[in-house]
Design a protein around this ligand. Structure first.
Ligand SMILES: N[C@@H](CCC(=O)N[C@@H](CS)C(=O)NCC(=O)O)C(=O)O
Length: 201
């Protein structure tokens, strides 16, 4: 059995769970909760960065981060499934990189609130991260995938990024990016695992 160290709210963990579902690997994957804040968590031995998701293989080796894990699962399923082969691979990987970057910026904003008291929060730093999210969403909206395009890791990552902005930022992106809203609705219809992996808190 593969063991995925993650938490219900982790958008990067969600990316792996959705990919595993699409690849028909859910039965081979056990999800094991990891608390990234707990200094005694064995996660810190499994992944020196103490980050989720981390995948523990059957031979005891660990893999991180989400990009490497999705690559591994795709390989396990025969290759070229959620990570396209050939030239189509690069726009898919770029879309993933953009979505992951939006998420990194959103997480930094969330961590600023979690780790710093209100009087120590840096407005300029928060605005710097907000700029990445806004510019990222604008480009994501410009480069929407065609409705008939096969589901790949770029789209999965994009859906997880938007889902995280809904969860932690009150869905404020929705007003400014209506075409992304429609895209996400369509994605959710095509990929039932998106709803199944939705976190509520
Ligand atoms: N690039 C990493 C990002 C993973 C990441 O930032 N995970 C967050 C939770 S969603 C985390 O573990 N945060 C705890 C920490 O940074 O200490 C990936 O793709 O897996």
């Amino acid at each position: 059995m593969l063991v995925l160290r993650s938490s219900p709210a982790s958008p990067f963990g969600r990316k792996v769970k959705i990919a595993a579902d699409l690849l028909g690997l859910t039965d081979r994957l056990k999800v094991d909760f990891a608390d990234t804040m707990d200094p005694n968590e064995r996660l810190r031995h499994e992944n020196p960065l103490g980050k989720i998701p981390t995948l523990i293989l059957e031979n005891g080796e660990t893999l991180y981060d989400s990009r490497v894990i999705v690559e591994y699962l795709d390989w396990l399923a025969g290759g070229g499934k959620v990570i396209p082969a050939g030239e189509a691979r690069f726009p898919a990987l770029r879309q993933q990189a953009l979505a992951d970057g939006i998420l990194d910026a959103a997480l930094l904003q969330v961590y600023e609130g979690r780790w710093r008291s209100e009087d120590r929060r840096e407005a300029a730093w928060l605005a710097h991260q907000a700029g990445k999210i806004d510019r990222g969403l604008a480009v994501a909206e410009e480069k929407l995938s065609r409705p008939d395009e096969l589901i790949h890791v770029g789209q999965i990552a994009q859906a997880c990024a938007l889902g995280y902005l809904d969860l932690r930022m009150g869905g404020r992106w929705r007003e400014r990016y209506p075409r992304l809203v429609a895209w996400l609705d369509d994605f959710a219809k095509r990929v039932p695992a998106f709803e199944r992996t939705r976190a509520t808190s």
